[in-house]
Design a binder for this molecule. Structure first.
Ligand code: NAD
Length: 336
């Protein structure tokens, strides 16, 4: 089996070499992203392996089909970058539904603590032997209310972490799992109530048409003054312009973003020698109360091992048995 592996980063290779070696799979690594211009690099391959910022639109799918590529194995859980409807009946889309919810949930808490205790500022100050504490007053998480949107694998781990800190959790999910409710400690509420009562709001739902800009001007208008927004899910859940405006107006107290709507041409790459064209991102990064990481929440040793193992097992299962339990199937009812 030969696989074209797009958007390769140095940290991808060790685990993928290990698991592909065990199954005698030949991986051709490409640093370039998959898109309309690069799709032809998959020529002669049985499958393609893609990541979150690769483009898998109708044109790419048609080209892959023409090249005889039968399978696209995502090495991610999210699949909002794939035109699932167009892929139906043309190419099989496999994914890694879970690799480490702990990695993402723990990074979310790391961002929150860094932000509210000003660790990012303190680190720079003490490196300069400036041991002043002025401007570093934070607040206790204990007793605060956190709104968690999306209570799937990652959301649930994040809720457990928050409970450990003595926080109250208001949860919202399209498909609530009532068993996670815990008296006054964890309660499902309607979205508007979550917005109006939360001190901190954390996003853990997928990006769909329904959740696109779930945090927008209207949502922020009902939030508490000083609300902290955490997004380690997908960039387009947050209207970045609206967030920036409410940071400027002092309505939003802080924002921690591991993802950004227009991240695909920027994140994961060293752009330090370039002038950033995206004024909204540049302004957000310039704010003392905004922390941006570059889609890093998944990046732990455990997650990388699990991603490689599941991706290779998905491919082996598909090519040996003609099916894979982690195949994404298009559901027409989701379009209604
Ligand atoms: P999951 O499928 O286990 O959970 C998602 C939850 O969102 C489910 O409970 C689902 O019912 C809920 N949901 C669906 N539609 C909703 C809606 N309209 N409103 C509210 N809730 C809705 O997924 P997961 O493994 O917990 O991952 C969550 C998201 O995290 C992924 O979709 C992905 O975008 C993101 N993610 C980010 C990183 C990163 O490195 N930053 C890594 C992995 C995953």
């Amino acid at each position: 089996m030969k696989i074209a592996f797009f958007d390769t980063k140095p940290y991808d290779k060790p685990a993928f070499d290990k698991y592909s070696g065990e199954y005698g799979i030949n991986i051709k690594y490409y640093e370039t992203k998959l898109n309309e211009d690069t799709v032809f690099l998959a020529s002669g391959c049985d499958a393609v392996c893609a990541f979150v910022n690769d483009t898998v639109n109708a044109e790419v799918i048609d080209n892959l089909t023409q090249l005889g590529v039968k399978v696209l194995a995502l090495r991610s859980a999210g699949f909002n970058n794939v035109d699932i409807k167009h892929a139906d009946g043309k190419i099989h889309i496999l994914r890694v539904p879970a690799y480490s919810p702990y990695a993402v949930a723990e990074h979310t808490m790391a961002l929150l603590l860094t932000s509210i205790r000003r660790i990012h500022k303190a680190y720079i100050r003490s490196r300069d032997f400036n041991f002043s504490l002025s401007g570093f007053t934070g607040f206790d998480l204990h007793g605060k209310t956190v709104g968690v949107i999306g209570t799937g694998k990652i959301g649930k781990v994040f809720i457990d972490i928050c409970k450990g800190f003595g926080m109250k959790v208001l949860a919202y999910d399209k498909f609530p799992q009532k068993e996670i409710e815990d008296g006054e400690k964890v309660k499902y509420v309607e979205l508007q109530e979550l917005f109006s009562r939360s001190d901190i709001i954390s996003l853990h739902c997928p990006l769909t048409e329904e959740t696109h800009h779930i945090i927008d001007e209207k949502a922020l208008s009902v939030c508490k003054k000083g609300v902290v927004i955490l997004n380690t899910s997908r960039g387009a859940l947050v209207d970045a312009e609206a967030l920036l405006n409410e940071i400027k107006s002092r309505k939003v107290g802080a924002a921690c973003l591991d993802v950004y709507e227009e991240e695909s041409d920027l994140f994961f790459e060293d752009n330090s020698g370039h002038i950033l064209e995206d004024d909204t991102l540049a302004r957000l990064i310039s704010m003392p109360n905004v922390i941006v990481t570059s889609h890093q929440a998944f990046l732990t040793e455990e997650a990388l091992e699990n991603i490689a193992e599941t991706t290779i097992e998905n491919l082996v299962s598909f090519f040996e048995n003609g099916e894979c339990k982690n195949e994404i199937r298009y559901k027409p009812e989701n379009d209604e």
